[in-house]
Design a protein around this ligand. Structure first.
Ligand code: PXP
Length: 249
């Protein structure tokens, strides 16, 4: 009996940096989180260098490239500044995402059909420089066709709408979106694209997505970092108690 191929897990460590930046010091260090992800079996590390640098900063990117053993997927907006940064920093992959300054998180897929004239040259320049280019898109056949025509090697399907429907208890809507994602994964694969997915995935909602056989990689961040607070909190409390007790012993 043959088993399904390994589904790669890309860990997005942006929100370790969010917590670090709240105090302006070096702790918690996202680099340490990346090393832990590697030890725990992650297949890649994803960083989103935002225009406003609200979490990952330029110096993080430099350190990650120098010190992280896993392939790095750099997410960025389609701007000249970000293109320049991506060309100067040799990461394994670059994922182009839509970005609005006022949004809390990426709100949807990149409309590569509408933005063709600005995205296509970026894909070309990054590919020529040896980057594996990924486009973060909605599970829509037109977006997939345009992504292929632009020469992207990878598409990442936006799972945010699915995650929201699942969270709101809208099981039928969530199932409809899973079917759309599965169909997009089939179409993308048939077009020769490597198909990834991500956004809003959690312990509760990951399985229907992970079961889509054509998907090669999932990128997951906020939930894992948030959940780590609870899974790891007892150990951190206990360690501080122990150190204080030792000082008085
Ligand atoms: N994939 C892409 C393209 C993203 O922009 C993000 C969020 O930065 C993720 C995956 C991870 O989403 P989440 O943090 O909700 O797991």
């Amino acid at each position: 009996m043959s088993s399904a191929p390994h589904l790669r897990l890309g860990i997005n460590i942006d929100h370790v940096a969010t917590i670090r930046n709240a105090r302006g010091g070096p702790h918690p260090d996202p680099l340490r989180a990346a090393h832990m992800a590697a030890r725990a079996g992650a297949d890649g590390i994803t960083l989103h260098l935002r225009e406003d640098r609200r979490h990952i900063r330029d110096e993080d990117l430099e350190k990650f490239i120098a010190q992280v053993e896993l392939p790095i997927n750099l997410e960025l907006a389609a701007t000249e500044e970000m293109l320049d940064i991506a060309l100067r920093h040799p990461t394994h992959a670059v994922c182009i995402v839509p970005e609005k300054r006022e949004e809390r998180t990426t709100e949807g897929g990149l409309d590569v059909a509408r933005l063709h004239n600005s995205i296509a040259p970026m894909v070309r320049k990054l590919s020529t420089a040896g980057r594996r280019v990924s486009l973060f898109i909605e599970p829509d056949p037109i977006q997939l066709a345009v992504a292929e025509a632009m020469g992207a090697q990878v598409v990442e399907l936006h799972t945010g709408a699915y995650a929201e429907a699942a969270l709101d208890g809208k099981a039928e809507e969530a199932q409809t979106i899973v079917e759309k994602l599965a169909e997009a994964a089939r179409i993308g694969t048939a077009r020769g694209l490597e198909v990834h997915a991500g956004h809003g995935l959690t312990f509760d909602n990951v399985k229907p997505i992970a079961a889509i056989p054509e998907l090669v990689e999932l990128n997951i961040g906020h939930f894992i970092i948030g959940e780590a607070i609870f899974i790891g909190l007892e150990a951190a409390f206990a360690r501080m108690r122990q150190l204080m007790d030792e000082a008085r012993a």
